[in-house]
Design a protein around this ligand. Structure first.
Ligand SMILES: *Cc1c(COP(=O)(O)O)cnc(C)c1O
Length: 342
């Protein structure tokens, strides 16, 4: 049975062209720098972001944590939003791998107050840790896109104090489409950038960490330390290249489908859709006013061939992706209407 899977864009499977690219990829031992497909992916990625160099890593978490590990010394402090992925969803890795202390700030729709960020940058004092890094995230894993002006203001503060900025850009291409600019325009406000090939772009695995040539040289060695030196990994870089060369425009379709789903759900009595928050491929809604048990809704949808996640903090999240069509959206909205009315 075919399922319509709205749990995440990480559920996307490779396209036929990706399978073909995997089967025919030229490979070599990448730890020796011998894999031409990985080299091509890294060069293409660096170019796309306007950075000097890039590195292929197994996952987004790996790329973010490698960035912290490369920018910082043990005991350094990292300033970042309290709801960002590095804090919320990376298993506390910053304490384990880089050995850094996370100094979190509240955010309003993903944005920290720039003055509060500057106020937390440490002066020299025998008691104080060193501020080693400031992290930004765009798009946020809660679907929010932050503005270029905001990114610029944080980057300028960081530069003034000679502190690097890392951008968690797992969904940087979604953010760029939402802002109507090239991904480069976001990347210029960060010293290092991580993005995922394995989410809406449909590659089966992999993320990229990009930055200066010197930064990437150190990161390459630390990737080895973390057990991320991979061998004939061109078979996985090949679908990554297809992802970057062919799949980025389709993200705009995902965004339109999310808007459509939001609009259809908003017509159903009792469902509150956070319409103004639909900036990428995610729709958040609150169904509590329907009085319907969200767990039961999840099960009933599953019976109709639709996979959705359980509510988190009272909110349901639906994520559109390449394998979810416009017709699927109408089908899903129709099923939800029917189930709630029954
Ligand atoms: C998904 C995601 C990551 C981590 O990616 P994984 O490949 O799942 O480890 C990091 N940051 C953000 C914002 C994400 O959405």
């Amino acid at each position: 049975m075919r399922y319509i899977d709205l749990r995440s864009d990480t559920v996307t499977v490779p396209t036929p062209e990706m399978y073909e690219a995997m089967a025919t990829a030229k490979v070599g031992d990448d730890v020796y720098g011998d894999d031409p497909t990985v080299r091509e992916l890294e060069e293409y990625s660096a170019e796309l972001l306007g950075k000097e160099a890039a590195l292929f890593v197994p996952s987004g978490t790996f790329g973010n944590q490698l960035a912290l590990f490369t920018h910082c010394e043990r005991g350094d402090e990292v300033i970042l939003g309290e709801d960002c992925h590095i804090v919320a969803y990376e298993v506390g890795a910053a304490a384990v791998i880089a050995g850094v202390q996370l100094r979190t700030l509240p955010t309003v729709k993903g944005e920290m107050d720039p003055a509060a960020v500057e106020a937390r940058i440490r002066a020299e004092n025998i008691h104080y840790p060193r501020t080693g890094l400031i992290c930004l995230e765009n798009a946020y894993s809660n679907g929010r896109v932050v503005s270029l002006e905001y990114m610029k203001s944080i980057f300028e503060i960081a530069q003034k104090h000679s502190i690097p900025v890392h951008l968690d850009g797992a969904r940087i291409f979604n953010a760029a489409i939402s802002l109507g600019v090239e991904a480069k325009e976001l990347a210029r406000y960060a010293d290092s950038v991580m993005f995922c090939l394995s989410k809406g772009l449909c590659a089966p695995i992999g993320s990229i960490l990009a930055g200066t040539r010197d930064f990437i040289a150190v990161a390459r060695k630390k990737r080895k330390l973390m057990g991320g030196g991979m061998r004939q990994v061109g078979v996985l870089a090949a679908p990554g290249l297809v992802a970057l060369k062919k799949m980025i425009p389709y993200l705009a379709e995902d965004h339109k489908n999310a808007e459509l789903l939001g609009a259809e759900l908003a017509k159903i009595p009792g469902i509150k859709v956070f319409s103004e928050d639909i900036q990428i491929n995610m729709v958040f809604c609150d169904i509590s006013a329907t009085g319907y048990d969200p767990e039961l809704l999840v099960r009933k949808l599953y019976e109709r061939g639709i996979k959705v996640n359980a509510a988190e903090n009272g909110l349901m999240r639906f994520v559109t992706n390449y394998w979810v069509s416009r017709d699927d959206i109408y089908y899903v909205a129709g099923c939800i209407r029917e189930i709630l009315a029954s």
